[in-house]
Design a protein around this ligand. Structure first.
Ligand code: PDD
Length: 286
C-alpha cells in the first residue's frame, strides 16, 4: 500500500484504489443516488463515530434506504483502513447500487454499493480565510448528506473564482451554512449558529463546537441568523470535520476583527485541540 494507491474498501473487499471498479449503471454514477459521511480520525480513532453513524442512518432513511451494516462491521472496516496515528479522514459512501437499466424509479432489492477510504487530512489554514456570500441554489433537503453535490460544487467554485475559500449560503435573507461547512457568528461573547432543520446539514463538528463553547463559558444560541447581522459580527467561523473551526477574517471584502481570528475563536479552538488530544490518548472513539 502507498499514499498514491491506498487500500480502499469496496463491497466486502479490501483492494488498492487503482484496482477498484464500479458498474457504469450504478445509480450513484447515473443519478447521484446515494449518501456519504466524512469522519475525522485522531490517534487512529474516529471522532464521534457513533454520531456519524447515526447521521448516516438518518441520511439513508431520507433516501429510503437502510444501513447495509451494523456499527460493529463499520468499525471493523474502518480499523482496517486506518493507517498509523497521523490525522486522517474516513470517506464512506453508500449508493443504491447498479440496476440493469437506467430508470428513475427506485428498483426493489438492489445490492447497495459500499465504498470507504481513509486519507490524510489536509493542513488547516489557522490564519483565517476569506469567504463570500452567495444565494443558496440547493434543494430543500440539505439535512441529507447526499452525494448529489452539484449545487455545492458550483457554489464553492463561485467563491474560489472571487479569491475566497468558502461560499456562505443565503436563502430568504437567512445565513444558513457554507458549501461544505456549518457557520457560527460571535456577537458580544455569544456563540450563535442556525438551528437544525432541512436547510442545513446537522454537522457533527457543529454539535461539538456548541458543547465546547458552552464548556468554555460562552453562552450559545441556536437561532436564525439574518444577513443584515453579518456586518456587525465580532467573529465569524466555519466548521467541518476536515477543517475543524476556521475563522473567517474577511467576508464579502469586509474585514472581521481587523482581519485576524478573534479571542473567542482562540479559546474554542484550544478546547477543540484538547478534545482531539484526549481522543488520541483514549482507548476508543470519543
Ligand atoms: N462536509 N454542511 C455541509 C453542506 C457539509 O458538506 C459539511 C461537511 C458540513 C459540516 O459537517 P461535519 O461537521 O459533520 O463535517 C456542513 C464534508 C466535510 C465534505 O463534504 O467533505
Amino acid at each position: 500500500m502507498s499514499d498514491q494507491d491506498p487500500t480502499i474498501y469496496l463491497n466486502g473487499e479490501f483492494l488498492p484504489l487503482s484496482k477498484a471498479r464500479i458498474p457504469v449503471l450504478d445509480r450513484g454514477f447515473l443519478f447521484g443516488d446515494g449518501v456519504y459521511e466524512v469522519i475525522p480520525v485522531y490517534g487512529g480513532k474516529p471522532l464521534r463515530l457513533e454520531e456519524h453513524l447515526r447521521r448516516l442512518d438518518q441520511s439513508l432513511a431520507g433516501i429510503r434506504m437502510q444501513s447495509p451494516y451494523p456499527d460493529t462491521e463499520w468499525s471493523t472496516i474502518f480499523d482496517h483502513l486506518i493507517n498509523g496515528n497521523h490525522d486522517q479522514q474516513i470517506y464512506l459512501q453508500v449508493t443504491r447500487g447498479a440496476d440493469l437499466k437506467r430508470d428513475h424509479a427506485i428498483p426493489n432489492q438492489l445490492q447497495p454499493t459500499v465504498f470507504a477510504m481513509c486519507t490524510a487530512i489536509a493542513p488547516i489554514p489557522l490564519a483565517g480565510i476569506k469567504a463570500v456570500t452567495v444565494q443558496d441554489t440547493r434543494w430543500d433537503r440539505c439535512n441529507i448528506k447526499a452525494i448529489t453535490l452539484l449545487a455545492n460544487v458550483l457554489l464553492r467554485q463561485e467563491a474560489l473564482d472571487e479569491g475566497a475559500a468558502e461560499a456562505i449560503l443565503i436563502r430568504d435573507g437567512l445565513v444558513l451554512e457554507g458549501s461544505a461547512s456549518n457557520i457560527f457568528l460571535v456577537k458580544d461573547g455569544r456563540v450563535i449558529t442556525p438551528p437544525k432543520g432541512p436547510s442545513i446539514l446537522p454537522g457533527i463538528t457543529r454539535d461539538l463546537v456548541l458543547e465546547l463553547a458552552a464548556a468554555s463559558g460562552f453562552p450559545t444560541e441556536q437561532r436564525d441568523i439574518r444577513q443584515e447581522e453579518l456586518p456587525s459580527a465580532d467573529e465569524f467561523w466555519i466548521t467541518s470535520s476536515t477543517r475543524e473551526i476556521l475563522a473567517v477574517t474577511e467576508l464579502d471584502g469586509r474585514l472581521i476583527h481587523g482581519g485576524q481570528p478573534g479571542p473567542v475563536w482562540h479559546k474554542v479552538l484550544k478546547a477543540y485541540q484538547d478534545y482531539k488530544s484526549a481522543l488520541r490518548e483514549a482507548g476508543s472513539s470519543l
